[in-house]
Structure formats: structure tokens, C-alpha cells
Design a protein around this ligand. Structure first.
Ligand SMILES: [Zn+2]
Length: 274
């Protein structure tokens, strides 16, 4: 991914910013300190499994804190006066499966919700989160579904990991799930996500857009069955920017497990943001 971004014709249009690791205080609006301390302690003890997919090594806490720090900094950059208004957080581990006190699905800290709370602290009262990862962002939904200041739109393969994301899960009216089977024509996925975004935006204007940008929704990813192409990522990004009408747009990396597709998808996203 980084090689693709650095090698492409994008290089002149992109400013690279190295973030610092997140402080615990920046994560605490989303995760209890006791949970964060337990993750840190597990890594310090050499690591170990949390569930079948989610394993900590001795340096995983460093990676988790750094990953959230990248999402935080991306928001700061995009919302800075004269900051350009867009940013992509090139970061792992991903976050959208992480619950308040439970790591799962490769996720430990919910980067996009941490980013949303940071955006709100910087003055963005209303936050739209659009999640196009092929898996449902169950952690994100669980963390925002009682909070009408955040609207969450997710399109995902269904039924599929982690099992949540049915259309009738509506939170306080702020959750908009678009469950879809694998193998549909790509144009259907493109259309259906944007249609759900438009429903979410009816009579409600967000101050910032955060994208949970997973690239396992691209056709050929080993963990999903959607048929999207990098061109569709560009289409979505441009369409979402139009809807935000100049307000900040920040994309945070989630899944994506075939490296060539990940690189191509990220390049398309960043080109559309730049
Ligand atoms: Zn995923």
C-alpha cells in the first residue's frame, strides 16, 4: 500500500504525516481504562490469543496505540484550518469490530469511533461514519447506536462474519445497515450504499465524514465475496465528497487482505481524496 502511494503519480498531491501513538486519554471516550490496561498488560507479558482471529504479540500494544494515533492525527489534519479537508489514515490493526471492552476480528481499539469522538472534541457536532468494509462494523455500531449525534451507514456481506448488521438494527434511528449477498453486479453495491447514505442524510447534515475504508469488499479478496473494483472506490469517494460539500472527509483503513488489491484500492481512494 505504501509503495503504491509513494510510487504513483499521486506523490506530488499527497502530504505524508507521521503520527504519534494515541494517549490512553484519547481512547478513554470509547474504551474503559481497565480494558486498555489489560491489553497493554497482555502484550507486556509476551502476548497471547484473545479469540480465534485476534492475537496479541509482545509489541501489539505499541501497534494498537500507534494505529489509533494515526486515525486521530488524520482527523486533526483534515479539520485544521487550511488543512485541505481530506486525509487517509494508513493504519493497522483495523478497528471496526472492536467493542468497548472486547477485542475481536483483528481489532483491538475502534479507531473510527475514537476518531469520531476526537472530531466532536474539535467542534464537529454531527459525524457520519460510512463503512464499506465487506464485514459489518459491529463494534462501531455497538459504540454509537445510542448516540444520535453520530450516524452509521454500513454495507456488508450478509450473513457473514461477525453475524450482525441486519437491516432492522436501527439504533436510535441513526444506524443504516445495507446487508447484501455476495456476487451481485458491482453497480448494485455502488448504488445501494449511496442510496443508504442519502437516506441517512435526509434532513441531517454532518460536520465531518469518516469512512471505515475496508478493501476486502473488492472482488478477489480472500475474506469476502463482493465484486467491487478500485474504480468503484473512486466513484464512492467522489460521490461522498460531493455530499459533504467541502466539509472534512477522513478515511481510516480497515480490512483488505490481498495486497495487490489493497494497494490498488487505497490508491483509488487517495486519488479521489486528493
Ligand atoms: Zn473486513
Amino acid at each position: 500500500m505504501l509503495e503504491a502511494l509513494r510510487a504513483s503519480a499521486l506523490a506530488a498531491a499527497v502530504s505524508w504525516v507521521e503520527a504519534t501513538p494515541a494517549e490512553l486519554s484519547a481512547l478513554e471516550p470509547v474504551h474503559p481504562r481497565r480494558y486498555l490496561n489489560a491489553l497493554e498488560a497482555l502484550a507486556a507479558a509476551g502476548g497471547g490469543p484473545i479469540d480465534h482471529d485476534t492475537y496479541m504479540g509482545p509489541r501489539s500494544w505499541e501497534a494498537v496505540a500507534a494505529s489509533a494515533g494515526v486515525a486521530l492525527r488524520a482527523v486533526t489534519e483534515a479539520m485544521r484550518p487550511g488543512g485541505g479537508g481530506t486525509a487517509f489514515a494508513a493504519t493497522r490493526p483495523p478497528g471496526h469490530h472492536a467493542l468497548a471492552s472486547r477485542a475481536m476480528g483483528f481489532c483491538f481499539v475502534n479507531n473510527v469511533v475514537v476518531a469520531a469522538r476526537h472530531a466532536q472534541a474539535l467542534g464537529a457536532a454531527r459525524v457520519l461514519i460510512v463503512d464499506w468494509d465487506v464485514h459489518h462494523g459491529n463494534g462501531t455500531q455497538a459504540l454509537v447506536e445510542q448516540d444520535a449525534s453520530i450516524r452509521f451507514v454500513s454495507m456488508h456481506q450478509y450473513p457473514w462474519y461477525p453475524g450482525t448488521g441486519a437491516a432492522d438494527e436501527r439504533g436510535v434511528g441513526n444506524v443504516f445497515n445495507v446487508p447484501r449477498p455476495p456476487g451481485l453486479p458491482r453497480a448494485t453495491y455502488v448504488h445501494d450504499l449511496l442510496q443508504a447514505v442519502d437516506v441517512a442524510l435526509a434532513g441531517w447534515t454532518p460536520d465531518v465524514l469518516l469512512i471505515s475504508a475496508g478493501f476486502d469488499s473488492l472482488g478477489g479478496d480472500p475474506l469476502g465475496g463482493f465484486t467491487l473494483t478500485p474504480e468503484d472506490i473512486a466513484t464512492w469517494t467522489a460521490a461522498l465528497r460531493t455530499r459533504l460539500d467541502g466539509r472534512p472527509v477522513v478515511a481510516v483503513l480497515e480490512g483488505g487482505y490481498r495486497l495487490d488489491l489493497l494497494a490498488a484500492g487505497v490508491t483509488a481512494l487517495v486519488r479521489a481524496l486528493a
